[in-house]
Design a protein around this ligand. Structure first.
Ligand SMILES: Cc1cc2nc3c(=O)[nH]c(=O)nc-3n(C[C@H](O)[C@H](O)[C@H](O)COP(=O)(O)OP(=O)(O)OC[C@H]3O[C@@H](n4cnc5c(N)ncnc54)[C@H](O)[C@@H]3O)c2cc1C
Length: 378
C-alpha cells in the first residue's frame, strides 16, 4: 500500500481524494489534512453577504466525509520539507510516498496601507459577516470596490459583488443616494474572454456602476477616508477591497516557491509536479498558467490523480493538464451567466460566454450539489 498525503481539503484536495478513492482503491492509502472542521465553497461568502445565508448553513463538515480509502484528519500543517516529503503538523508527523500541497491562498490585507483599519472585504467568512452588518446601517454615499492586486481568487467575483451590492442597496431604498465605483489594476474583467468582459462592463453600465480599469488603489488614508491611486485621491464612505493574495506562510517557508512567479509554488504546467520527486502542488497555491478558481484546482486534481496512477502502474504519462473549468457569474435578480474556459488544450486559450439566465442559476446550484455528493460520500 502506497501512501498519499494531501495537505488542504479545499476544492483541489477534496477532488483529488475523491479521484484516488475511485481510481486507486486498495492501492493507496490517502490521508487528507485540513486545519478547519468544515469545507465552505468560495461563492458561499456571496450567499452570506447578499442572500442572507447564516455562516453555519454553508459549512459542510468534514465529519461527513465517508470516502473509502480516505482518512480525514483535522490538523494544522506547521512545516513541509519537500526534499524528504516530511510534513509536521500540530499533532503528528508524516513521510508519505506522494505529497500533494493544496493549501490554497492566504490574504495579506496589510499589504495595502490603511486597508486593515478602514477597509472591508468579502473574501473570508468573517469579512462577509462584518460587511453584511455594515451594509445594514449604510444610508448612502460613495462605495469604492477595488481589486488591490493580481492574482486573486475567482476573477468574476468583484463584478458579481458590485452587481449584487447594487441589487441589495436598491432593495433597501438607498441605491439612489449611493455611487458605486469599481477599480481594477487589470485592463478588462476577464482577459481570456472578450465576450465575458464586455457583458460585465455593459452590466455595470446598465446599473450605473462606474468602472475604472487599469487603476490600482495602493493605500487608504483611514482618517480622511480617501483612497490613493496614481491618478489622484478618491474619497469614499465605504471601501471594499479584494485583498492581496499570497501563499500560506508554511508553504513559503518550505522553499517550494523558489522559481515560482511572485512567490507562488513552481510547478510543471503539464503535470503540476514540483521539482521535488513525488511532490505536487495544485490549486490556488500553484504557479500554473490559469486563474485562481476552484474549478481549475479541481481540473489540476484530476491531472495529478492520473499522474499518480501512471507512476504507480509504470504506465505512460497521462494527458497533460488542460486548465479547463466553468465559472458561473451572478448578475443579480436570480440570473447567472457562465464562461467555459479552456486555457491549455490548444495553442491559445478559449473561453466562450453564456448570457445570464434562470437555467444557469439552476446549473450553478447543481454544480455545488454534485461536488458535495461526490467529495463527501461518492
Ligand atoms: C467570494 C469568492 C467567490 C468564489 N467563487 C468561485 C466560483 O464561483 N467558482 C470557482 O471555481 N471558484 C470560486 N472561488 C475561488 C475558490 O474558492 C478557490 O479558488 C478554491 O477554493 C481554490 O481551491 P484550493 O484547493 O486551491 O484551495 P482552498 O479551497 O482554499 O483550500 C485550501 C485548504 O487548505 C487549508 N489550509 C491552509 N493552510 C493550512 C495549514 N497550515 N494547515 C492545514 N490546513 C490548511 C484551508 O483550511 C483550506 O481548506 C471564489 C472565491 C471567493 C473568495
Amino acid at each position: 500500500m502506497r501512501t498519499v498525503l494531501i495537505l488542504g481539503a479545499g476544492f483541489g484536495g477534496l477532488e483529488l481524494a475523491a479521484c484516488l478513492s475511485e481510481s486507486l482503491a486498495g492501492e493507496v492509502q490517502v490521508v487528507l489534512i485540513d486545519r478547519n472542521d468544515a469545507f465552505t465553497f468560495g461563492f458561499s461568502k456571496m450567499d452570506i453577504l447578499f442572500h442572507d445565508q447564516a455562516p453555519e448553513a454553508v459549512r459542510i463538515p468534514y465529519a461527513d466525509l465517508t470516502r473509502p480509502g480516505v482518512e480525514f484528519r483535522r490538523e494544522a500543517v506547521t512545516s513541509i520539507d519537500p526534499h524528504t516529503r516530511r510534513v509536521v503538523t500540530d499533532r503528528s508527523e508524516y513521510q508519505p510516498d506522494i505529497l500533494v500541497v493544496a493549501l490554497g491562498a492566504d490574504y495579506d490585507p496589510a499589504a495595502t496601507p490603511g486597508f486593515v483599519e478602514d477597509g472591508h472585504e468579502y473574501y473570508s467568512i468573517d469579512g462577509a459577516c462584518r460587511l453584511r452588518e455594515r451594509l445594514e446601517s449604510f444610508t448612502g454615499g460613495t462605495v469604492l470596490l477595488a481589486i488591490l492586486s493580481v492574482p486573486f481568487k475567482c476573477p468574476p467575483a468583484p463584478y458579481e459583488g458590485a452587481m449584487l451590492l447594487h441589487e441589495k442597496l436598491t432593495r433597501r431604498g438607498v441605491r439612489e443616494s449611493t455611487r458605486i465605483h469599481v477599480l481594477s489594476p487589470m485592463d478588462s474583467p476577464i482577459p481570456v474572454s472578450a465576450d465575458t468582459s464586455s457583458a460585465l462592463v455593459d452590466a455595470l453600465a446598465d446599473r450605473d456602476i462606474a468602472y475604472s480599469p487599469g487603476l490600482r488603489v495602493h493605500a487608504l488614508d483611514p482618517a480622511a477616508h480617501v483612497a490613493a491611486t496614481r491618478t489622484g485621491d478618491l474619497a469614499y464612505d465605504l471601501f471594499i477591497g479584494i485583498p492581496t493574495h499570497r501563499v500560506p506562510a508554511v508553504v513559503e517557508a518550505s522553499g517550494l516557491t523558489e522559481g515560482g512567479t511572485d512567490g507562488w509554488v513552481a510547478v510543471d504546467p503539464r503535470t503540476l509536479a514540483t521539482r521535488y520527486p513525488g511532490v505536487y502542488a495544485i490549486g490556488d497555491c500553484a504557479d500554473a498558467p490559469v486563474p485562481r478558481a476552484g474549478v481549475f484546482a479541481e481540473d489540476a486534481a484530476r491531472t495529478v490523480a492520473a499522474g499518480i496512477a501512471a507512476h504507480l502502474h509504470g504506465s505512460p504519462a497521462p494527458e497533460k493538464y488542460r486548465g479547463r473549468g466553468t465559472c458561473y457569474i451572478e448578475f443579480g435578480d436570480g440570473l447567472v451567466g457562465k464562461v467555459d474556459a479552456d486555457f491549455l488544450s490548444g495553442p491559445t486559450p478559449v473561453a466562450p460566454f453564456f448570457g445570464p439566465s434562470v437555467e444557469l442559476a439552476r446549473e450553478k446550484a447543481e454544480f455545488a450539489a454534485t461536488r458535495r455528493r461526490r467529495w463527501f460520500t461518492g
